[in-house]
Design a protein around this ligand. Structure first.
Ligand code: PEP
Length: 250
């Protein structure tokens, strides 16, 4: 059974002291639940502080929001996978829409990052999703399949260690979320595509992200195709994040 993953993306918020204070408040109200994991994608400078704060916590994971694929060298401003691991990260976002659309990251670069992470046994959370213009042109599935093509050639063992996040760009930070049924339809198409890459596709958790809030989390995770949530804005307030982490669909 795939675990339910509730993942926070803090974006460019909460430095080391802010992260530690947030996590103290979070842990005071956190009740671990079976088959449910809570992941935190924090700014790279806050990974060590977050990992220290969560050291004794159950069913939690710390990740980074971006990595560079080379292990070291003259790449000013970048964070390598081994550095992220040393700081305490065991997962990383790859191809988040802000990386693609604000920083111009390409599918080819995304593919290099996925492979560097897998080689270091770090879980890549590959983010895919269409823009509003693409959705209106009915290109959602072709865009998502193109973004997933970076997985072509990976072996079964590598595929089994992946997580996918479907995040329609028009829903991120806009207050407009995809309906659970719309998201579930795209998730089902992603699952079918993963199946074409190998049997391990069945084990890959597929998260939904885009304006998730305490008020819509339960409905979204109620869809059997949605294996978890990737949450930006609503993960920055401990009370709202705790409400999402504890959301029940029944
Ligand atoms: C995100 O940053 O991945 C995200 C989904 O943001 P928000 O929840 O704010 O839409």
């Amino acid at each position: 059974m795939r675990p339910l993953i509730l993942a926070a993306n803090w974006k460019m918020h909460l430095g080391p002291a802010g992260a530690a204070a947030f996590l103290r408040e979070f842990l005071a109200g956190y009740h671990p639940a079976s088959n449910r994991e809570v992941w935190f994608f924090v700014p790279s400078v806050s990974v060590a502080a977050a990992a220290a704060a969560l050291r004794d916590a159950t069913a939690v994971r710390v990740g980074v929001q971006n990595v560079y694929w080379e292990p070291k060298g003259a790449f000013t401003g970048e964070t390598s996978v081994p550095m992220a691991v040393e700081a305490g990260a065991s997962a990383a976002l790859v191809g988040h829409s802000e990386r693609r659309h604000v920083f111009g990251e390409t599918d080819a670069e995304t593919g290099l990052k996925v492979r560097a992470l897998l080689a270091a046994d770090v879980i890549p959370v590959l983010c895919v999703g269409e823009t509003l213009a693409e959705r209106e042109r009915d290109q959602t599935l072709s865009v998502v399949r193109r973004q997933l093509a970076v997985l072509d050639g990976l072996d079964r063992a590598a595929l089994a260690r992946l997580v996918i996040a479907y995040e329609p760009v028009w829903a991120i930070g806009t207050g407009r979320n995809a309906t659970p049924a719309d998201a579930a339809q795209v998730h089902a198409a992603i699952r079918t595509h993963l199946g074409t890459l190998g049997a391990a596709g069945d084990h890959v958790p597929i998260l939904y992200g885009g304006s998730v809030k305490p008020g819509n989390a339960a409905e979204l995770i109620g869809e059997s195709e949605i294996d978890g949530l990737l949450v930006g804005g609503a993960s920055l307030d401990p009370a709202s994040w705790l409400a999402i982490v504890g959301a029940r669909s029944d």
